[in-house]
Design a protein around this ligand. Structure first.
Ligand code: KIV
Length: 261
């Protein structure tokens, strides 16, 4: 049986100068594809709110939703490191509740959790790490703060981001997502802190990259941030296939003799 990737494997890979790959997964289908492709980490992201639930942002995603998806991803894979993304409201109210929720992620099969934010979340990150819960940090654009930033933008200076990154590393995060951080600042942070950085729209000099499964495979043509590279145009190909099916059903072309018992 293949060995599941560990935090130590991720650290060693970064220390060897190899890039880390992370992609979101929410279900058995996406998780197995991500695993078969040899990706290092599956992030069960709260982006499930926009990709699968049809929401405009991630704020409405619940703990129940996240545990449901985390359990499926963990159960359907053998090798991926699985990270559960703590949804809005699950770690902001008080530390005890945050701890209970982080524990619930690990009981659902996650190997680690991810939290957004800087100074405000450091005490709870320290507590989680002391309790044996590995934590991934997330700085730059933090989608759960979209009402403060008025959309997808970073409202912190280089020095503030650097200070937050250093404090998160000191608090014990094993890796740090940098979202939409200008490439030069992301490079400086990567050189300054002792844990790997995983960029999304943060240039080529981070220790690794993350993309959302549905975005990189072209499920949603309307979502086109500058950083996104589409590796497949799934939307168009699926649309063409569905139209062809409809035409063949209506034209009596499908099913043929070869599809009949
Ligand atoms: O929820 C998510 O998919 C994320 C990534 C964009 C890092 O947080």
């Amino acid at each position: 049986m293949p060995k599941r990737t560990t935090i130590r494997d991720i650290r060693n890979k970064a220390a060897d100068g190899q890039k880390i790959s992370m992609v979101t997964a929410y279900d058995a289908f996406s998780a197995r594809l991500v695993e078969q492709a040899g990706i290092d980490i599956a992030l069960v992201g709260d982006s499930v709110g926009t990709t699968l639930q049809g929401r405009n942002d991630t704020l409405g995603v619940s703990m129940q939703d996240m545990l449901y998806h985390t359990e499926i991803v963990a159960r359907s894979t053998e090798r991926l490191l699985v990270i559960g993304d703590m949804p809005f409201g699950s770690y902001q109210v008080n530390e005890d509740q945050a701890m209970e929720n982080a524990v619930a992620f690990l009981k659902a099969g996650a190997n680690a959790v991810k939290l957004e934010g800087g100074a405000a979340v450091m005490p709870v990150i320290e507590r989680m790490c002391e309790a044996g819960i590995p934590v991934m940090g997330h700085l730059g654009f933090t989608p759960q703060s979209t009402n403060i930033t008025s959309g997808p933008r970073v409202n912190k200076s280089r020095d503030e981001l650097m200070e937050d990154a250093e404090s998160l590393a000191d608090a014990g995060v094993f890796a740090l997502v940098l979202e939409m951080v200008p490439g030069k600042i992301a490079q400086e942070i990567t050189q300054a802190i002792k844990v790997p950085t995983i960029g999304i729209g943060a240039g080529p000099h981070t220790s690794g990259q993350v993309l959302v499964f549905h975005d990189m495979l072209g499920f949603s043509p309307e979502f086109s941030p500058k950083f996104l590279k589409r590796y497949l145009n799934f939307h168009q190909q699926a649309l063409d296939a569905l139209k062809q099916y409809k035409a063949e059903v209506e034209g009596g072309k499908y099913p043929g003799e070869e599809h009949s018992y």
